[in-house]
Design a protein around this ligand. Sequence first.
Ligand code: RP5
Length: 165
Amino acid sequence: MKKVAIIMGSDSDLPALKGAMDALKALEIPFAVRVISAHRTPEPAAQFARGAADEGYGVLICAAGKAAHLAGAMAANTILPVIGIPMKSSTLDGLDALLSTVQMPSGMPVATVAIDGATNAALLAAQILALSDEALAGRFADYRAAQTAKVLAKDAAISAEYSTL
Ligand code: RP5
C-alpha cells in the first residue's frame, strides 16, 4: 500500500507529532518520519518531494512552525497531496505558522489542519489513501465507529452521574 511521510522542519516539532504516528499505526498505514527544513536544508527538501511518488508515498504530511514554508515548498515539487500542520511556537502561538501554511497561492494547494493538528493530518491522509484502498477504507470506518461508541459511552456515564432529571 501507499506510504505516508511525516516531515518536520525541526526535531523540536517531534513531540507535537506523536498523535499522527499513533493514528497511522492504528490504521496500519506505513510511514516515514523525517526532519527536513525548507530553509535550513532546501536541497534535500526539494529532492525528497521530487522523488516521493516514485518512492511509493501517497501523501506528504509537513509540520513546521514560525515562517512555515515547508508544506508549500514540498507541494511545489510534487503532485502528491500535501497536508500542512502549523506548529505552535513560543512567540505567536502558532498563528504565524497557520497563516504561512494555509495562505497558499491559487494553483498550489496545501490542505492545512489546525495548529498542532497532527492527529487530524494523519486521519485526512488515511481518508485520501482509502479512496483507492478498500481494506483501509474498512479500517477507517471501524475507527469512526469506535470513536462514536466512545462518545456515546461518555454521554451515558456523565448523564447518569450529573443529571437531576
Ligand atoms: C521551524 O522553525 C520548525 O518547524 C520549528 O517549528 C521552528 C523552530 O525550529 P528550531 O529553532 O526549534 O529548530 O522551521
